[in-house]
Ligand binder design. Sequence first.
Ligand code: BG6
Length: 364
Amino acid sequence: GKGNYRHFMEKELHEHPAVLGDTLRQYLDPKTLEVRLPRLPFDPARIGRLTISACGSAFLAGMVGRYWIEQLARLPVDADVASEFRYRNPPLADGGAAILISQSGETADNMAALRLLREAGQRVLSVVNVPESSMARESDGALLTVAGPEIGVASTKAFTAQLAVLACLAIGFGRARRELSTLDEGRLAQTLLEVPSHAAAILEQDAQIRELAMEVAKARDVLFLGRGAMYPIALEGALKLKEISYIHAEGYAAGEMKHGPIALIDSDVPVIALCPSGPLFEKTASNLQEAAARGGRVMAFTDAEGEAALRRFAERVIVLPRIGEFATPILYAIPVQLLAYHVAVLKGTDVDQPRNLAKSVTVE
Ligand code: BG6
């Protein structure tokens, strides 16, 4: 049941800390700070390229996975939505490897991609939440997300659990490919282990996020901006808002805004920025300043270190816990999902069963 929560989505949002803890403990030893992966269907040190494919939010987790794996393991990654992947007729070298990501493990587009990949001689690893699903069974190997059943149609805890698994995979690949030292691995593992308690702290900022939601609920269009691994989280924020509140939203790479969507900006369009401190902060902040200079209403998520710079031009700044850059996509996914939830509640939509959507889509 929903317990004391109004919706399954709200209940599932509040499960983020527990689910992240459970999933991380599955693949990370908190004592030795080592990633412990089960036997994989391919050797990450011997592949020249990796394909990632999925649908919806799971695909956005895959986009973050691409950033992480390319950065930590120096392995080229190709990421595409499953419904397009097969029609690209992608050239796949024999002995290649792929990762498919899915909550249900039943999405037809993924199953079609899975069959194509296997026919092309690829070894397929699934990241999946349902152990007895078709995808888990037909893949060469499966890593489980420990999210428990997800009832709300819009994915929440399954998404962050997917990120947790992909983060562990990226570290494991980095070590296998000798791109990461034991010291690097320990530092990254330590950062990941800080995620659950910070996630809990973010859930306690609910009232602040609800206030932001009251502004966003009045908008017709909303823009989400992020750079680097925060770009897919901007896409996730926009996707969630569309799915459950029916407000038109777009996620954009912050640096790409000036090449198009800046034309949309006026005083009616909230610009939600995902802007943690770190190497991408300055550039992102200057993109946001451009939006503000054109009358855009910048509403930024950042940490204590980024706060002062953004306050100079942003209408609202929500200060999130500070964490190592590596884990920021997991942490920042939570407030954008929570924001979409509150906007949907304010608009009175059917939060758990949005119109036209299904939890698991078994048609192509
Ligand atoms: C969509 C759901 O139809 O399927 C999304 O509405 C979900 O929330 C997507 O992300 C993919 O589903 P799955 O089960 O393959 O992760």
